[in-house]
Design a protein around this ligand. Sequence first.
Ligand SMILES: Nc1nc2c(ncn2[C@@H]2O[C@H](COP(=O)(O)OP(=O)(O)OP(=O)(O)O)[C@@H](O)[C@H]2O)c(=O)[nH]1
Ligand SMILES: [Mg+2]
Length: 220
Amino acid sequence: MNKKVTVGQKILSANEKYALENKRILAEEKKLCLNMISSPGSGKTTILTRTITDLKGKLNIGVIEGDVQTDLDAERIRATQAPAVQIETNGSCHLSAAQVNNALSKLPVSELDLVIIENVGNLVCPSAFELGENAKVAVLSVAEGDDKPIKYPSIFSKSKVMLISKIDLLYAVDFDIERAQNDALKLNKDIKIFPVSAKSGEGMENWYDWLCESVKSVKG
Ligand SMILES: Nc1nc2c(ncn2[C@@H]2O[C@H](COP(=O)(O)OP(=O)(O)OP(=O)(O)O)[C@@H](O)[C@H]2O)c(=O)[nH]1
Ligand SMILES: [Mg+2]
């Protein structure tokens, strides 16, 4: 007679195993790790280069760059003197935890205060793959439209922070900040929302304060 045995333990996917391993490495070193997710071109790398430059002497930031092709973004980060590792996914629309595990081994993690992962530009796929981060940061530029939180709810539901970027362009586009904020808060009542412009610098201080506080709370 065939017996059915129920195993009361979740079988982890390869991605989940690597994500747990990344979490363990980062927790052991007491480093904050953020996973930045958005559509292509919302301004992720520009926000990172300005953040690294403005927080020089306050926070040491290392970056893992994910792109389908090229190491252009890692080069932009290295131009600020911060360490960066480029992952080219060669077609995949998101980073995997295994790729991040490999990139972490190439970063001087012990010398950093935080690691920021810039995921492949895509508002859908990256939200489904944990990388071992402490928090996801969604970026939505005003040029993309204020309906994006309700059209692509997964990433806004799972993120701790939403940066509304390129607010210097508000004069040129019909983007209702209040609507985008309210829709994101309906999906995720705890999400912190910071309207910013990496070009003019407007609003960036609020993002920096959140970063410094979060680094402090992970260091304990
Ligand atoms: N006006 C304005 N333009 C910006 C701002 N931030 C970025 N940009 C421009 O937006 C374009 C895309 O910026 P990136 O920083 O490369 O965007 P990204 O999200 O890293 O792009 P991918 O990595 O390709 O997904 C560039 O031409 C930037 O100069 C901003 O705050 N204001
Ligand atoms: Mg980029």
